[in-house]
Design a protein around this ligand. Structure first.
Ligand code: NOJ
Ligand code: CA
Length: 711
């Protein structure tokens, strides 16, 4: 009898275990219900365990949680395969191919409600999410915490930044999971608005590497109406558990059935380039909801920006430090003489953009309020429509138009999201009136409504709201200090970029970015979407501008060029002063030539924290660009050009570090050489410490063939 019961039990368990494979059969996902009624999943890659049995569920407030007593009501399996075209991107077409398992669960003794867990298994990884069908016993509910586990097989190496409800602007640390100490991360004290919540908390995208050479990336896709997910590490057993960003009351999410969570994503590969090539996060997002996309375009831009970060100019017009938005007569303020966004300087930028074919000119500090914008937790800092007395907006917008250049709007909100929401329609109408079609937003400081965090449900909704509202006004948007991206640019292609990481600006006024920083970002922050990193700084040492200033960019000049290729974004700034480009016109030629929209991308060689070599083919043209970057170590590479078209001879213009260059000792020494190459060529690249190589390839003309030597 006992044996019979055992057999029945085994059979029931076997019946309740459900598996699917990826289309190429390399990945396998198993879902099962434990004897205790817990929902468990596990994942293998080529039969190697990636995620051990891990719990799924959510703790709810005031009503029974979705954590135990589960049984399966039904399972559905299906297959999906389609190819879609992004409005802009790294490749022309994206294949979205997965096998899906949908499990409908109920709980013993809790009638009239169900939970669906949907798994999608792609060749490059797994996505899964929770869905809450509308039912008699589930209407409005509050999520206390999500209990999604990622039980890893051992103490992997991790590229991590501290888990934080408000900032991602940290340096990365590489350590074992067991060694993570978020409170002692690299220079954590440099971050002014920070909310680190636990010693063992880290952010996603979390990049892991196993001792067996497997690469695992954990993040999320389609973050809408829900807080961002961080991860808590159980350091005794290499287990990760989700930790959601709370609101002012300590709750995590307020949902109304039917509802669904964002997708939890686990990208897996046995080589690092495949992680960078993954399109899983984009594929898990909904197709574009912007009907007419004709006004959305990738672009390079310049701007009145770096000079404020370096410190030769200021955002504020006067040095008064106590102003009120209403009732101040701005023309009566005493100018400080350093206000960068003045009419004359802006015209110089417009002229430079027109001469060198940049479409956009960002101008920061054009509008009133910068006198006390930061640190006061003030509700109404900016109105987004009143220029300073020395910025003639009407004249400048006409001048830009006459030169075929667009001014890019800047809306620093000072983190007062409430003020911005009240004023955004008027601000966007103002932009329409003056011919602006792109805005950079910013959320420096502590969030208002007070007590909310940058990455909580309220702000996630705010960021989506700005994407939708700008789309209504045909405006492209680039949000700084926002929640980190989760592929929503598929749904809102006017949401062209974000900051949401430690950008190049840190090199201007802090201990800076480590030489390895840009070799990590594509494996972490950029997994969710493009970054407005603002590359292109030529004048590496900043005492050139301000004697005695000790800060510098932690790369060579040539590495700054290579970033245009290794760091994908449809929006790329040439961030240095125009005067810096005038001093080095031959190196500037690469920034002028490099594209921002691509038909194809090949990550040729890469290792997180060490180096990245990427080649990209221009949209609609037979031109390629290659970028190679290294960390603090100098490295030599052999690169096969077999990605080029056969039977075509190309002229390769190679921008390389000079032999004696070094990011710290001699960062601006470079050499430019041109050769004839083809698909059989193997290039030898020599990168110095924190150096790079940037190459443009164009079909060689007859003249080129007679003029240049073969490589
Ligand atoms: C921080 C942004 O990242 C930076 O680009 C901007 O210049 C300042 N905030 C001022 O808004
Ligand atoms: Ca390294």
């Amino acid at each position: 009898m006992k044996q019979l019961i055992l057999l029945v039990l085994v059979l029931i368990t076997a019946m309740s275990a459900q598996s699917i494979n990826s289309p190429d059969n390399k990945l396998s996902l198993t879902f099962e219900i434990s004897d205790e009624g817990e929902a468990l999943y596990s994942l293998t890659f080529n039969k190697i365990e990636v995620i051990k049995k891990s719990k799924l569920g959510l703790e709810l407030k005031d009503i029974p949680s979705f954590t135990k007593d589960f049984y399966i009501i039904k399972t559905d399996k299906s297959t999906f395969d389609e190819t879609w075209k992004p409005v802009w991107g790294e490749v022309k077409e994206i294949r979205n191919n997965y096998n899906e398992l949908k499990v409908t669960l109920a709980q013993k003794n809790i009638p009239d409600r169900t939970l669906i867990i949907t798994f999608r298994l792609f060749n490059d990884g797994l996505g899964f999410r929770y869905e809450f069908p509308a039912s008699k016993n589930l209407h409005y509910f509050t999520v206390k915490e999500e209990i999604t586990e990622f039980n890893l097989t051992s103490d992997h190496k991790a590229f991590w930044i501290p888990g934080d409800y408000d900032s991602q602007e940290y340096k990365y640390t590489l350590s074992r999971l067991s060694e993570v100490d978020a409170l002692k991360g690299n220079n954590v004290n440099e971050i002014s608005t920070k909310s680190i919540f636990a010693k063992n908390g880290v952010q996603t995208p979390l990049m892991l590497k196993t001792d067996n050479g497997l690469y695992i990336n954990i993040h999320e896709a389609a973050l809408v109406n829900y807080p961002a997910m961080h991860l808590l590490i159980d350091q005794s057993k290499s287990a990760l558990t989700s930790h959601l960003v709370p609101d002012v009351l300590g709750n995590k999410a307020y949902l109304q059935a039917p509802a669904k969570t964002p997708w939890r994503t686990i990208i897996v590969a046995d080589n690092a380039p495949d992680i960078l090539m993954s399109k899983l996060i984009l594929n898990l997002n909904e197709p574009s909801v912007v009907e007419d996309e004709s006004w959305i375009y990738p672009q390079k831009y310049i701007g009145i920006w770096w000079e404020m970060h370096v410190g030769t100019g200021s955002w504020n017009y006067s040095d008064t430090n106590n102003v009120k938005l209403e009732g101040t007569d701005w023309s009566k303020l005493i100018p400080n003489g350093r206000h960068a966004a003045n009419t004359k300087r802006t015209k110089e930028y417009i002229d430079f953009a027109a001469e060198h074919d940049f479409k956009g000119v960002l101008v920061e500090g054009w509008n009133v309020g910068w006198e006390d914008w930061f640190g006061n937790w003030k509700e109404e800092v900016f109105d987004f429509v009143t220029p300073y007395p020395d910025f003639n907006l009407a004249e400048l917008s006409a001048y830009a138009k006459s030169k075929n250049v667009k001014l890019i709007m800047h809306h620093e909100t000072s983190a007062s999201a409430s003020n911005y929401e009240r004023r955004m329609d008027e601000a966007y109408r103002f932009m329409n009136k003056y011919g602006y079609d792109a805005v950079k937003t910013g959320y420096v400081g502590r969030i208002i409504p007070r007590g909310e965090h940058h990455d909580g449900q309220m702000m996630v909704n705010h960021f989506v709201h700005t994407a939708k509202t700008t789309a209504k006004y045909k405006i492209m948007i680039n949000a700084h200090e926002s929640v980190r991206p989760t592929g929503l640019h598929r749904t809102y292609p006017n949401w062209v970029a974000n900051e949401a990481a430690r950008g190049n600006e840190f090199n201007a006024w802090s201990s800076g970015n480590l030489p390895e920083h840009e070799t990590i970002l594509p494996f972490t922050r950029l997994m969710g979407g493009p970054m407005d990193y603002t590359p292109g700084i030529f004048q590496i040492k900043l005492d050139y501008f301000i004697p005695g200033k000790k800060e510098q960019v932690h790369t060579t000049l040539v590495k700054q060029l290579a970033l245009y290729v290794t760091m994908y974004s449809p929006l790329q700034m040439a961030a240095d002063y125009p005067e810096s480009y005038q001093r080095f016109p031959d190196a500037f030629q690469f920034i002028k030539d490099v594209d921002v929209d691509w038909d194809d991308t090949k990550v040729l060689q890469a290792e997180p924290g060490d180096y990245i070599i990427t080649a990209r083919k221009s949209k609609g043209k037979n031109e390629w660009f290659l970028g190679a970057i290294t960390d603090e170590n100098k490295r030599d590479f052999s690169v096969s050009l077999n990605f080029l078209d056969d039977d075509v001879t190309y002229l390769a213009t190679i921008y390389a570090d000079a032999d004696n260059a070094h990011w710290e000792k001699n960062p601006m020494a470079y050499q430019i050489k041109s050769y004839l190459v083809n698909a059989d060529t193997i290039l030898k690249l020599k990168l110095v410490e924190s150096g790079g190589t940037a190459i443009s390839f164009k079909a060689a003309t007859k003249e080129d063939i007679s003029k240049y030597k073969k490589y």
